[in-house]
Ligand binder design. Structure first.
Ligand code: TRP
Length: 334
C-alpha cells in the first residue's frame, strides 16, 4: 500500500512539473512573439470603432511620428479594438500588461477604466475621457500621481442646450439618450439635469446597455419629447446614423456631444476638435517615452469649442438654422 501511494505521489508530482514547465514556456513564447526588445512597445486600446475615436487614433499615431516615435522604426504599436465589449477590454489590457509593454494609450473612458484596473506600473495615457475624476481615472487633474495622465473632452450640456434654444426655440421636454454604464455620459446627463432644473425643462431618460438597444430607445423617446440630447456616448455614437433616421422621420432635433455625431446625422453641437485632442495625447505619450513620469503631467482638458451643424438634417426635419448660428458654425451637408 505504502509503495502504491508513493508511486501515485511521484506520478502526480511529475505531471505537475510538466504542466508548470509547459505553462511558463508557452507564456514566454507568446510574450516574446509580440515583443521586439529593440523597440518601445505601445498598446493602443479602443472600446469601439466609431468615427470620432478613429479620428483621435489616426491623429495621435501621426503626431507620435512627428515627435520622433515612428511605428515599425523605433516603436511597435499594437492596436486593439474591443468591439464595444467590456470583457474584451479586460483581456486586451491584461495582454498588454503580461507582455510588459512600455506604454498603454487608452482611447475613451471604458478603455481607460479597464487599463487603470490592470496596472499601477505601466504608464497609461488616456484619450478623450469626458470626466477623468468622476470616472475614477485620477483623483486630481493637476497632479494625477501614480502611472496615469491624459486628455479630456469635457463638454457643457448647458452650452449645447443654449445652442439648442437658438436653433429650435420652445423646447420644454428633452430626451436624454445614453448608456447607463458609460460614466462619461452619466456626468454630462447630470449636468443636463442641473441645467433643466434651473430652466423649467423636463428631462425624460432613455438608457441603453449596448448598441442593439439604441433604435428601440430613440423610438421610445420621439413621441414624448421636443428634442433629444445625446452626450459623448460611445455606444450611441456607433449607432448614430440609426438615431438620425428614427429622429428625422419623427421630425425631432437631436443635439449631441461631438462633431462626428453631427456629421452622422445629429442636428448640432458645441464641441471640441478631436484631431487636436489626438495630437495633445501624443505629445504627452512622447514626454513619457522620453522619460517623464505620467503622474507628473497634468491632465489636459480641451477648451476650444466650436459650433457644428448639419444642414441636411435641418432640411429633413424642417428647421431653418438662424444666420448668426450658421456664420459661426462648421457646416456638414448642403
Ligand atoms: N468622451 C468619450 C469618453 O469619455 C469618448 C469620445 C470621444 C466620444 N469622442 C467621442 C464618444 C464622440 C462619442 C462621440 O468615453
Amino acid at each position: 500500500m505504502k509503495k502504491f501511494m508513493s508511486v501515485v505521489i511521484l506520478v502526480c508530482l511529475s505531471l505537475l512539473m510538466t504542466s508548470l514547465v509547459g505553462c511558463t514556456s508557452s507564456q514566454k513564447q507568446s510574450g516574446e512573439s509580440s515583443k521586439d526588445d529593440n523597440k518601445l512597445q505601445i498598446g493602443i486600446v479602443q472600446i469601439v470603432e466609431h468615427p470620432s475615436l478613429n479620428t483621435i487614433r489616426e491623429s495621435l499615431i501621426k503626431e507620435l511620428g512627428a515627435q520622433g516615435f515612428k511605428d515599425g522604426e523605433n516603436i511597435v504599436i499594437d492596436y486593439q479594438n474591443a468591439q464595444g465589449d467590456q470583457t474584451n477590454l479586460k483581456t486586451i489590457c491584461q495582454k498588454f500588461v503580461n507582455n510588459k509593454y512600455d506604454l498603454i494609450i487608452a482611447i475613451a473612458t471604458p478603455s481607460a477604466q479597464a487599463a487603470v484596473g490592470e496596472t499601477k506600473e505601466i504608464p497609461i495615457v488616456f484619450s478623450a475621457c469626458t470626466d477623468p475624476v468622476g470616472s475614477g481615472l485620477v483623483s486630481n487633474l493637476e497632479k494625477p500621481g501614480q502611472n496615469v495622465t491624459g486628455t479630456s473632452d469635457a463638454v457643457s450640456a448647458e452650452k449645447i442646450m443654449e445652442l439648442a434654444k437658438r436653433i429650435t426655440p420652445g423646447i420644454k421636454t428633452v430626451g436624454a439618450l445614453y448608456t447607463s454604464s458609460e460614466t462619461n455620459s452619466v456626468s454630462v446627463v447630470n449636468n443636463l439635469k442641473d441645467y433643466a432644473a434651473k430652466n423649467s425643462l423636463t428631462v425624460v431618460e432613455a438608457t441603453v446597455t449596448n448598441s442593439s438597444e439604441v433604435q428601440q430607445a430613440v423610438s421610445s423617446l420621439v413621441g414624448k419629447v421636443d428634442a433629444i440630447f445625446s452626450p459623448i456616448d460611445n455606444t450611441v455614437a456607433s449607432a448614430m446614423p440609426l438615431v438620425a433616421q428614427v429622429a428625422n422621420k419623427a421630425k425631432k432635433p437631436v443635439y449631441v456631444g461631438a462633431d462626428s455625431m453631427v456629421k452622422d446625422g445629429g442636428l448640432a453641437t458645441f464641441g471640441i476638435n478631436y484631431t487636436i485632442l489626438g495630437q495633445e495625447t501624443a505629445k504627452m505619450a512622447a514626454e513619457i517615452l522620453n522619460g517623464k513620469n505620467a503622474g507628473d503631467i497634468p491632465v489636459k482638458t480641451m477648451t476650444d469649442m466650436d459650433i457644428y451643424v448639419n444642414k441636411d438634417t435641418a432640411a429633413a426635419i424642417g428647421v431653418t438654422i438662424p444666420d448668426d448660428v450658421l456664420k459661426a458654425a462648421t457646416i456638414f451637408g448642403k
